[in-house]
Design a protein around this ligand. Sequence first.
Ligand SMILES: Cc1cc2nc3c(=O)[nH]c(=O)nc-3n(C[C@H](O)[C@H](O)[C@H](O)COP(=O)(O)OP(=O)(O)OC[C@H]3O[C@@H](n4cnc5c(N)ncnc54)[C@H](O)[C@@H]3O)c2cc1C
Length: 352
Amino acid sequence: MNRNTAKELAALTRGKVLLQVPLSRHTSLKVGGCADMMICPVHPEEVQSIIRFCAERAIPHLVMGAGTNLLVRDGGIRGLVIKLTRGFGKITLISPEGGQPMLRAEAGTSLRRLLAVCLEKQLSGLEFTSGIPGSLGGAWAMNAGARGREMADITQALTLLTPRGEIEETGNPGLCFDYRRLRLPPGTIILKGLLRVRRGSRNVIAGEVEMINRQRRQTQPLDLPSAGSVFKNPPGDAAGRLIERAGLKGRRAGGAQISEQHANFIVNRGGATARDILTLMDMMQTGVHSATGILLEPELQVVGGFIVKQAADHPLFGIGKAGHRISAGWLLPLGSQPRSNNPPGAGKRHWF
Ligand SMILES: Cc1cc2nc3c(=O)[nH]c(=O)nc-3n(C[C@H](O)[C@H](O)[C@H](O)COP(=O)(O)OP(=O)(O)OC[C@H]3O[C@@H](n4cnc5c(N)ncnc54)[C@H](O)[C@@H]3O)c2cc1C
């Protein structure tokens, strides 16, 4: 790693900066190789400066929240990971007299904290997010949902950072929310947004949250690392039911297992690799397809395997051998396995 470039990037934030950071420590599945560099900015203007810097120097970057819907390949991520979590979590209540209350919240806010604020202020509308363990940014990007409700239903507007580093606010009608995804131009970062809420009663909200949490504990393997549902539900059916009908519940690959409790969850029983999880995903997709003709679409975001060509000559990542393959983007097709290219010293944590 070119120390000067890393130092210049580090100078753009008051947040944490880490080098050669194992993403297994930053994802709920607890698998994945190293990212060359991770920055945890604490202010929207910091993210803007970082993105402009990356655009000028052609530094590849990926934004993540709490990593609860991410599978990072074992080869890790060549480039910068911008992690928006705790330090990027300002919440403001906008409460016009006689009008509808709204919450303005930054992308790094955890859904759990937002729900706690709603409970404290007696605001209803976000109960369906109970038990979804990610950040608000990740929830918007994934259009996270449960029990027939989703982020699209409560979002008034989002503040977006374009890949060129410009900040724009877009109202809900201009946002393309889809089932478990928000269609945004590649490289766009959600900085913050406005959520519609209603005045409610603390007891009713708390009762609903408790009921949802109880149901989750009964039906989901919450005591083992996972990333929630691996596949989206196909129209009119449930992916878990189809995987179970294909006889795949409990199947293992290395340290990973298709949960015996919920067939659409893959759990890490200890020592699983991304390859193990991809093997099970292939098995689930193929098994359901041959039994029903339905091709399940992954909900889990598979990232990594981005290997910088001529890595030794790259101004920032002069850390590997020259002449590596370069892949088309952050997301590689399910099943393609780039070889591991962890640089020497991977796993060491550095602080600036
Ligand atoms: C036990 C368990 C239960 C779950 N239950 C549910 C459920 O009921 N419903 C549901 O929908 N999901 C569920 N999930 C999945 C996951 O929690 C949600 O998708 C969550 O919203 C992801 O948020 P995150 O911060 O972890 O995102 P990450 O995993 O960090 O990122 C997910 C995607 O969002 C993108 N992203 C993240 N932040 C931003 C940003 N600020 N700007 C632009 N893009 C961004 C990332 O690049 C990535 O593509 C569950 C997961 C677990 C582990």
